[in-house]
Design a binder for this molecule. Structure first.
Ligand code: ADP
Ligand code: MG
Length: 350
């Protein structure tokens, strides 16, 4: 770089917008995560995620949530617009919604061609908004049921660098499937459906039981191999967790990937590495080195004992007292496996 090229200058708005959007929308699965969270925040009882190929050509999330009227729909696609918090004090007192940054719809609209069709609860007519590369091209009335459908096509058409970085279709869709599965298991009271290339992969009933959701998502063989884990303060060793609950599989029902260990922290679907590793550890020598159980485990603890600053968008959390949390989870899962008659009494215990 010569001196002239090195000179500091301001970036134009379009460039700034695309860089910011790229941080929210890394790949098709990030779009699915954001849209699914919006549907859940809108109190939907039914959400359908439909994906074509790797999700860049088309992905659509439809819900029967509270929807938006025309004015709200127009506001929603602007940057930093949200109905979920008012100011910083809301962050300090705790947030009940999954979103609050007000960035997602705007970011998605900036790097795709997106159509939002929505009708507010109690509203008489719907609205359709189209955004192309961050530009709102039209708004018109639309006949549609209550709720919201967001259809994203040509994702990253204007960000070739992002497109190049995407993996094969299978890998991108795996990421999407993992996200939808995680939210389906975390919200068994919502009916969540995943479709790929027109084929339904799963649909949970929304009746609210975790076992039922596991059956819908993983099938009968896995569901019937699941053992209940239910431990709260009294029967856990000392540590930050006040409850460890969920389902874990009999050791003989396993896979060659950790992806089937799903964890929730205080009701949210997040990856808590220490919880996952603690579950696996509880199986000890009952699993071969490269085999992992199915697990859907929720832990509860004082929100202040969770370090949410690891990365808000990466769905990952850490505990302040990781060592003791780990020991608590291992203990709870070991006990459950033992009660189910799976730990031979002669097996050495650590
Ligand atoms: P955030 O979720 O952080 O508020 P988003 O950009 O994801 O930001 O959404 C902006 C706003 O649009 C939300 O606060 C909400 O009011 C509205 N919205 C988005 N998706 C939906 C939906 N599926 N149903 C109803 N309202 C929605
Ligand atoms: Mg959102």
């Amino acid at each position: 770089m010569d001196a002239q090229e090195r000179q500091i200058h301001e970036l134009d708005e379009r460039t700034i917008e695309r860089i910011a959007a790229g941080e929210v929308v890394e790949r098709p699965a990030s779009v699915v995560k954001e849209l699914l969270e919006n549907s859940l925040d809108a109190d939907a009882s039914r959400v359908t995620v439909a994906v074509e190929a790797d999700g860049t050509e088309l992905l659509r999330v439809s819900d029967d949530g509270h929807g938006m009227d025309e004015a709200d729909a127009k506001r929603a696609v602007k940057q930093h617009t949200t109905s979920k918090i008012d100011d910083i004090t809301d962050l300090e007192t705790g947030i009940r919604t999954l979103g609050f940054r007000g960035e997602a719809l705007h970011a998605i609209g900036a790097v795709s061609r997106t159509t939002i069709t929505t009708k507010a609860d109690g509203g008489t007519r719907g609205t359709e908004i189209h955004i192309e590369g961050g530009e709102r091209t039209h708004v018109e009335p639309a006949g549609c049921p209550h709720g919201t459908t967001v259809e994203v096509t040509d994702l990253f058409y204007n960000v070739p660098a992002r497109r190049k970085y995407l993996k094969q279709e299978r890998t991108e869709f795996d990421h999407i499937q993992r996200i939808v599965t995680g939210y389906a298991l975390a919200n068994p009271e919502v009916s969540i459906t995943l479709e790929h290339d027109g084929r339904e992969l799963f649909s949970t009933s929304g009746r609210g039981d975790l076992r039922g959701a596991v059956l819908a998502v993983y099938g009968r063989e896995v569901a019937s191999a699941m053992i209940d884990v239910e431990h709260s303060t009294g029967d856990l060793p000392e540590g930050p967790l006040t409850a460890v609950e969920g389902l874990v599989s009999h050791p003989e029902t396993n896979r060659a990937s950790r992806d089937y260990c799903t964890t929730f922290v205080n009701g949210r679907y997040v990856t808590a590495r220490s919880v996952r590793e603690a579950i696996i550890e509880a199986y000890g020598s009952q699993l071969a080195a490269d085999r992992y159980p199915f697990a859907v485990v929720a832990v509860t603890l004082d929100p202040e004992a969770v370090d949410v600053n690891v990365h808000p968008r990466k769905l990952e959390v850490r505990f302040v007292d990781d060592t003791r949390a780990h020991a608590q989870v291992t203990n709870a899962v070991e006990t459950a496996l033992q009660e189910a008659g799976e730990l031979r009494s002669s097996a050495p215990r650590g």
